[in-house]
Ligand binder design. Sequence first.
Ligand code: SAJ
Length: 419
Amino acid sequence: MNAPLDRPRPSVAVVGLGYIGLPTAAMLASNGADVVGVDINQANVDVINAGRVPFVEPDLATTVAGVVSQGFLTATTSTPHADNYIVSVPTPFKHDYNPDLSFIEMAGKQIAPQLTGNELVILESTSPPGATEFLAQTVIAARPDLTLDPGTPHSVYFAHCPERVLPGRIMIELRTNDRIIGSLNGNAGERSRDLYQLFCEGEFLMTDARTAELSKLAENAYRDVNIAFANELSMIADQLDIDVWELIELSNHHPRVNILQPGPGVGGHCIAVDPWFIVATAPNLSPLIKTAREVNDSKPQFVLDKILPWTRELQDVTIAALGLAFKPNIDDLRESPARGIVNDLAGRLPNARIIAVEPNISELPGELIARNNVTLGDVDTAVDEADIVLLLVDHSEFARIDRSRLAKKLVYDTRGIWR
Ligand code: SAJ
């Protein structure tokens, strides 16, 4: 739904132009809002202002090019005044798995001086319960002249509206997914709904901020637990010499069973991270969620333990490692188990030659560049030259490989695409 022509375009500042912030900014800008995107990375700001995008996501580049050329989206490194703020900054965890809210705190401190009263501040970053309250308190601490009490000229309104889009389908799911709206004070929920209604055709599910925060974590922990079940089965099946993919396919014929797919581990900045926020919030009540994380985190070592014995029998071994991204057909390497496995292999096998193939990037990540036995190669050369072919990511390019070319190789397919 676009903003009616007779109404002024709402002003929105989107703080954090990453995998969620930039698509959200572009969607708002192409559906009736005047958007300023804010990011600390000057290079990304320059790329966006030139109408381009700093990462791969289907349909994003076209939308950004359009809204930048029309003047509906600009990017900057300094936070401006806007009637509406959307905070979509990273929420990593610290070494002890406790959430690191420093980026949220920084965003709050930068927004605070711009406020004049009656603004809406939406936290979109996936956050532990209480983070929206923390953002609100950060703003109010910096601006004691403002208040969270609704209805005064100095009131500021806060809500948590977690994103739930799937990388690779972000521009579709931003439009079609249902949206949880968690209000912290006053009419923040209704105002947030009105803003997202510019582009979101899904149902709006109104609740309070803490429930919204936990619901997002629950969704990702649910998926993590289910993937852990598949990964645990894969290790059991391996010991019993049973094909886990056949096993899962058979079991999934049951009308109430839907087992997910095993792989080399769980990556990305969401599923591998968010369950820890629940564990940190309720450590004595979350043994299942914690164990699922540990099972998924143990899978890369299981893959290494399968491959390393093969290399002992080979002289000057060459390994084709197919895929570095955390899942198929994207360029996102964050928390990627594939990337970690390649790095560990390179460290454990200094005399091996490892050809990493990742069709969605043009340069290896820093830690792999630093290894002098890893190069970035194309799939054909890598497969032809390899003694061992290790399939780590189910990119479409890899599914299309002619299987006869693998006949004389030692092959470990962690995703089951060459069965
Ligand atoms: N994976 C498996 N087996 C499976 C499914 C996934 O091993 O059967 C692995 C993937 O290879 C990847 C990881 O899990 O390494 C995560 O991938 P994903 O596709 O499950 O999820 P994300 O991280 O891309 O996006 C998730 C989504 N959450 C849910 O599906 C509950 C998305 O909707 C969220 O918006 C996103 O997290 C987020 O930002 O929180």
